[in-house]
Design a protein around this ligand. Structure first.
Ligand SMILES: [Zn+2]
Length: 290
């Protein structure tokens, strides 16, 4: 009898400790190589440092995002930049071979998204909302919404085993107001990793130091020196919480919220699992440690 109790105790302990240490699997979708980085880079670094698994997926290869390069040559540059960024973030980075500026919410793309979510055994899926100035961003939001729920349906994309549970689907932050503004349910303090996020984002040289400054007429203001470039990017991409985010930040961080300088925010999508606050603390363990 004593032996039986001892064995049961061991089984319980092993099972319990596994359930505490199982990595959380997060998959982030963006339209272009650099979108996931901007929206969730700090959160990804925090999760990766805790031993959790994060994957960034760009649904297009970025082959339209430049003023004097394009097509396959540009796609190669952007894939290499994404690979370097992935290493700096500590995440896996996949770039799908769809043309930039031409993404459509087709059945073929929906099935690709479903397979990516299933293969990552995702607990959390993050994507932009379908309200956005850029058609690729909008259709990324639609494609991920269309995949929510279908990821558990065995007869859809039947070559890839379905998930046993629907993941939590989250929208990343945006500032668009119509038809309704972004409403954060989770706000993550990324102060401790903000510099690392900027360094990782800087891997997308063709974007942050060439293409995007060119589109705003500021190409001549981009410094040559690497350290000065990081300062420029940090000032440009500083992500101080707005009024709405501050209220949610207080819910998760209490009094410490007033000291937070940089955040990333997420809204729960109605189409996936609807998590409780306790479940969110398990999926985002940094909410328990800061
Ligand atoms: Zn984009």
């Amino acid at each position: 009898m004593k032996n039986l109790i001892f064995c049961l105790l061991i089984v319980f302990t092993v099972h319990f400790s596994n359930s505490q240490t199982d990595p959380i699997n997060v998959i982030v979708f963006g339209a272009h190589p650099d979108d996931c980085d901007i929206d969730t880079g700090g959160t990804a670094i925090l999760l990766a440092r805790m031993g959790h698994r994060v994957k960034f997926v760009s649904l297009t290869n970025g082959d339209a995002g430049h003023y004097n390069k394009g097509g396959g040559a540009l796609a190669k540059v952007r894939i290499a930049e994404a690979k370097e960024a992935g290493q700096r973030f500590g995440v896996e980075y996949t770039v799908l071979d769809n043309h930039d500026g031409e993404l459509m919410p087709t059945l073929e793309n929906r099935l690709k998204v479903i397979r990516e979510i299933r293969k990552w055994n995702a607990d959390v899926v993050i994507a932009p909302r379908p309200n956005d100035y850029h058609p690729d961003h909008r259709y990324t939001g639609i494609l991920i919404q269309d995949a929510a729920y279908m990821v558990i349906v065995p007869n859809i994309a039947a070559d890839t085993p379905p998930l046993k549970k629907n993941p939590v689907f989250l929208y990343s932050e945006d500032s668009f107001q119509r038809p309704n503004p972004f409403s954060p349910d989770i706000v993550i303090n990324i102060d401790t990793v903000f510099d690392q996020k900027i360094y990782a984002m800087a891997a997308h040289e063709s974007q942050f130091f060439e293409w995007l400054p060119w589109t705003s007429g500021n190409l001549d203001k981009v410094p040559k020196d690497e350290k000065e470039r990081l300062v420029m990017l940090a000032n440009w991409r500083s992500s101080a919480p707005n009024k709405t985010a501050i209220a949610t930040l207080q819910k998760w961080y209490g009094e410490k919220a007033s000291e937070v300088k940089h955040t990333e925010s997420f809204e729960i999508c109605e189409y996936g699992k609807q998590p409780t606050d306790e479940e969110l603390k398990k999926l985002f363990p940094m909410l328990n440690t800061q």
